[in-house]
Design a protein around this ligand. Structure first.
Ligand code: HSE
Length: 400
């Protein structure tokens, strides 16, 4: 019997307990031993509920109990999760977490500490919910140089963009609906401003390059500026608009960014809709691979945490190597990242051609005072310069 503790009995933490119960037999078979939840750390008491007797309020109860071998962290946020997780690793306990904020901010350090203590720090659920992307990068795609990793890694915004594209709804109405369905948080800032996706691509890029990528260094734009007018242009071009988190290896290093993109139907992420997530990976010998599935929600995320528990149970005395050092990885300056740009403007076509050169124009019925155009490939700094020269830019969305 392997005793575990769960820190944080919210949506994901209670989901982990549920998964361990529902699949008790197969999880025991795969782990080699039964898994038993000994403690649940939470501020609340849960009177009358089955978990009532397991509730503790002081994390040191768990730290000081040598019977507990594995600790699940599903509290969210950097503190106090970081302090608690560090204490668990220091005490020689394995840790699995779903907490992307913690992993993005302190992942390299906690991986190093786990190695020093000959335990494991696992974080499969921190990116892509139930999609097995972390283990795939760390343990499967180890023969490749990963040259690109581009994903739809935020379920809330993907649901919103899908509804806006399919039904022509406005941002505020779709956000209210996403909140009513429980996808978006009450404070949805981290989702709609792209901060959540930014942390996830920082984690994936760190794993791909083996060094620390600071999320603060990644240029991030959310979906708040997208309007139904943009959706009408997208429809005219047969494209969808998706919030992409992307990292590409260039001759100058990794170029990472988060922003809405216009995707043509042939793009591998074009048909990823609703709350689903998908991550496209290109390796220099593998070629292309796609990981697709339930990227958020209670049970999909808990499934990934429970899979980490099984993996740890199989390696109780072994530290599984994770290549992610604390050495900082410098990213390509945002101004040097190359893209194509779709622009809406009230400026006349002759001036557009004079400033941007060869462009393809797009017009939509009912938008008489403006036109849209797509530029050729240029770096962000050059686009900015030309956009200033043009003036009157109503909207810019990058084109994949
Ligand atoms: N808010 C996140 C999302 C949860 O919508 O994808 C999963 O990380």
């Amino acid at each position: 019997m392997i005793k575990i503790a769960i820190m944080g009995y919210g949506t994901i933490g209670s989901g982990v307990a549920e998964v361990l119960q529902v699949n008790r037999e197969s999880i025991a078979r795969r782990s080699g031993e039964e898994i038993e939840v000994k403690y649940i750390l939470d501020l609340r008491d849960f009177p009358g509920e089955a978990v009532q007797d397991k509730i503790v309020h002081d994390y040191r109860m768990i730290v000081n109990d040598p019977e507990v071998r594995i600790v699940v962290e599903t509290m969210g946020g950097v503190e106090p999760a970081y302090t608690f997780v560090r204490a668990m690793l220091e005490a020689g306990k394995h840790v699995t977490t779903s907490n992307k904020a913690l992993v993005a901010a302190r992942g390299a350090e906690l991986i190093a500490l786990a190695k020093e203590k000959n335990v494991n720090f696992m974080f499969e659920a921190s990116v892509g919910g139930g999609i097995p992307i972390i283990r795939s990068l760390n343990s499967c795609l180890t023969a490749d140089e990963i040259e690109e990793i581009t994903g739809i890694v935020n379920g809330t915004t993907n649901y919103m963009m899908t509804r806006m594209c399919e039904e022509g709804l406005e941002f505020d109405d779709v956000l209210k609906d996403a909140q009513a369905k429980g996808y978006a948080e009450k404070d949805p800032t981290a989702d709609i401003e792209g901060y959540d996706a930014c942390r996830k691509i920082a984690i994936l890029t760190s794993l791909v390059c083996g060094q620390q990528v600071d999320f603060e260094d990644i240029h991030t734009e959310g979906i708040t500026a997208i309007t139904s007018a943009d959706i009408r242009y997208a429809a005219k071009m047969g494209r969808s608009i998706k919030l992409l988190a992307s990292s590409r290896k260039t001759k100058d290093g990794f170029a990472a960014m988060v922003a809405p993109f216009l995707l043509p139907p042939k793009h591998p992420l074009h048909n990823v809709n609703d709350v689903f997530n998908a991550i496209f990976v290109h390796g220099n010998v593998l070629g292309d691979a796609m990981f697709y599935g339930s990227g958020a929600g209670k049970l999909p995320t808990a499934s990934a945490v429970a899979a980490d528990i099984v993996e740890i149970a199989r390696h109780l005395d072994v530290n599984i190597a994770v290549e992610w050092s604390t050495k900082k990885q410098r990213l390509v300056d945002f101004g040097q990242i190359e893209n194509r740009y779709f622009v809406r403007t009230t400026v006349e076509k002759e001036t557009i051609r004079k400033v941007f050169g060869n462009v393809s124009f797009v017009s939509v019925e009912g938008f008489k005072e403006e036109c849209g155009f797509i530029t050729e490939v240029m770096c962000e700094a050059e686009y900015e310069k030309k956009a200033r020269e043009l003036g009157n830019v109503l909207q810019m969305i990058r084109v994949a």
